[in-house]
Design a protein around this ligand. Structure first.
Ligand SMILES: O=C1O[C@H](COP(=O)(O)O)[C@@H](O)[C@H](O)[C@H]1O
Length: 232
């Protein structure tokens, strides 16, 4: 499916514009079905977008928010994506939203993945909005190059749900939604910032194995168009 690049003069402009687009999409879903869902990324990039989105006028009590991926750490760990969402998105008007965490206090990451899959099944499919990020190594969600379950995670026939991932560049063991859970969102966004990430994107858009730069799975095979939001 095709992708479209939306370039902005500044990260602040991008955050505002993306927040407006997401708010419109969630509100349209609520008008059509009574509920809406969004899966967001962690990392350093989405903070300003989260803060902008949290102020938008949406019937937030009808919105379910989850993460596309998470570290196998509790929510009070500074590296937790849940903590980032708590501090920046589940604020202001968005405090009324329901949050479904991927981390579960289970004895193993595999058991946590099973529990998170069961809990996320209640959200409804497909997601109305998915916001992906991308690492400098071409990973997205927790689809890491060299990841222990990468082939299964990006195989379109792997069912929707959460799978575990361990990789050298990942730090802690990870929990990640599978490719099939993310690729058909009504609004599928890749949010990246900086010249370095633009270069990584250009490389990913070239030829090469998906296993080397797993973002390629999304760019090449997502059934929804990929809206790329970029600012310097
Ligand atoms: O590990 C992760 O990194 C990516 C990219 O993060 P960034 O700090 O380079 O913006 C992120 O999309 C993913 O959710 C996160 O777990």
């Amino acid at each position: 499916m095709a992708s479209t690049l939306h370039s902005f003069a500044s990260a602040a402009d991008l955050a505002g514009s993306l927040a407006d687009k997401v708010a419109d999409t969630l509100s349209a879903a609520i008008a059509a079905r009574g509920t809406a869902s969004i899966a967001v990324s962690g990392g350093s990039t989405p903070k300003a977008f989260f803060q902008a989105l949290s102020t938008r006028d949406i019937a937030w009590e009808k919105v379910t928010i989850t993460l596309v991926d998470e570290r196998f750490v509790p929510a009070d760990n500074p590296r937790s994506n849940h903590l980032l969402v708590d501090a920046n998105l589940l604020q202001n008007k968005a405090k009324a939203a329901r949050f479904v965490p991927l981390y579960q206090p289970a004895p193993s990451v595999g058991e946590a993945a099973r529990l998170a899959t069961a809990k996320s099944a209640e959200i409804g499919i497909p997601f109305d909005v998915v916001i992906l990020g991308m690492g400098g190594d071409g990973h997205t969600a927790s689809f890491f190059p060299g990841g222990s379950n990468l082939a299964e995670a990006i195989d379109a026939s792997t069912p929707r749900g959460i799978i575990t991932m361990e990789a050298e560049g990942a730090g802690e063991p990870r929990l990640t939604f599978t490719f099939s859970s993310l690729e058909d969102a009504a609004l599928l966004v890749l949010h990246i910032e900086g010249e370095g990430k633009k270069d990584v994107l250009a490389k990913a858009e070239g030829s090469g194995d998906e296993a080397d730069m797993p973002i390629r799975a999304i760019l090449r095979r997502a059934t929804s168009p990929v809206e790329i939001y970029w600012a310097p």
